[in-house]
Design a protein around this ligand. Structure first.
Ligand code: CP
Ligand code: NVA
Length: 311
């Protein structure tokens, strides 16, 4: 039996259950086939998606905009200077007004609480397109990509090497939800938030899977099925870049580090990558790398999320 997700928001993977995750993956698969067989799949005919961006984006903006168009709807882009939000109008008032015009909102911003508030005060689905805390759409696309390559999720080991940031947080939520082992290796002081680790541990206990936070990249990568990394300085942390660069030495994903993983390991990165910083060209360009498949799947998976919430 399917779970009705209509009208719900998608702010965090922690808000969905495993069945809902698989419902998203199943519909993603169907929509991807329809896309490549050129069959009409206008599940959101005439619907409108507002897309609010306070930070830059290549993948998120374009995959949502193309995706809503494929589904028969239209996306409206609002950049950092487009809304009265930037002149002090409250999130609450903005949410109430946009709910009178639109069928859904996708938002990328700094404060996670702003996205929670938008979903709380509005009466239409809100989709989180990245906050300082989480990047749930990216991780749903990543899990779908792993499933496409391996036909299983439960029991696989994912090693994330780098900053305990929004990517690490959503990977903790997502991998633990589907029963994957997740190891995070970060420099001291850059580990993921405790509350998110505890949430992942609860899911892992239910599945009998592992959640390990370490400062040792080799321990994390040992026999891993998937190695994941992300930039050392995220959007908004540009001023910390030099200090972080120094602190993250030893956490680069390079040929020596990946030699500890399974031979057929998959390399993943949400992109954009800072090549030769967190990952060498030799790894990101290797046959093990699936970074462009995961980028493509953003579109198919977000189409599924929009269709399930906004129908
Ligand atoms: N991975 C990702 O979200 O990319 P953009 O910042 O280009 O949207
Ligand atoms: N951690 C990165 C992810 C970009 C998709 C950032 O927030 O900038």
């Amino acid at each position: 039996m399917s779970i009705n997700m209509k009208g719900k928001s998608f702010v965090s993977i922690a808000d969905i259950c495993e069945e809902e995750a698989w419902q998203i993956f199943d519909l993603s698969k169907w929509l991807k086939i329809k896309h490549f067989t050129n069959e009409e799949h206008k599940l959101l005919n005439g619907k409108t998606l507002g897309m609010i961006f306070s930070k830059p984006s290549t993948r998120t903006r374009i995959s949502f905009e193309a995706g809503i168009y494929h589904l028969g709807g239209i996306g409206m882009y609002f950049g950092p200077n487009d809304l009265q939000l930037n002149r002090g109008e409250t999130i609450e008032d903005t949410a109430k007004v946009l709910s009178r015009y639109l069928d859904g909102i996708m938002i990328r911003t700094f404060s996670h609480q702003d996205v929670v508030d938008l979903a709380t005060y509005g009466s239409i689905p809100v989709i989180n397109g990245l906050t300082d805390l989480l990047h749930p759409c990216q991780v749903m696309a990543d899990l779908f990509t792993i499933w496409e390559k391996r036909r299983v999720l439960k029991g696989l080991k994912l090693a994330y090497i780098g900053d305990g940031n929004n990517m690490a947080h959503s990977l903790l939520h997502g991998c633990s939800l589907v029963g994957m082992d997740v190891f995070i290796a970060s420099p001291r002081g850059y580990e993921p938030q405790e509350e998110i680790v505890n949430n992942a541990l609860r899911h892992a206990n239910a599945h009998g899977s592992k959640v390990v936070i370490t400062n040792d990249p080799v321990e994390a990568v040992k026999d891993a099925d998937i190695i994941y990394t992300d930039v050392w300085a995220s959007m908004g942390q540009e001023k910390e870049a030099a200090e972080r660069n120094a602190r993250f030495q030893g956490f680069q994903v390079n040929d020596e580090l990946v030699s500890h993983a399974k031979r057929d390991y998959l390399f993943m990165h949400c992109l954009p990558a800072h090549r030769e910083e967190e990952v060498t060209n030799s790894v990101i360009n290797s046959a093990n790398s699936i970074v462009f498949d995961e980028a493509e799947n953003r579109m198919h998976v977000q189409k599924a999320i929009m269709a399930l919430l906004m129908q």
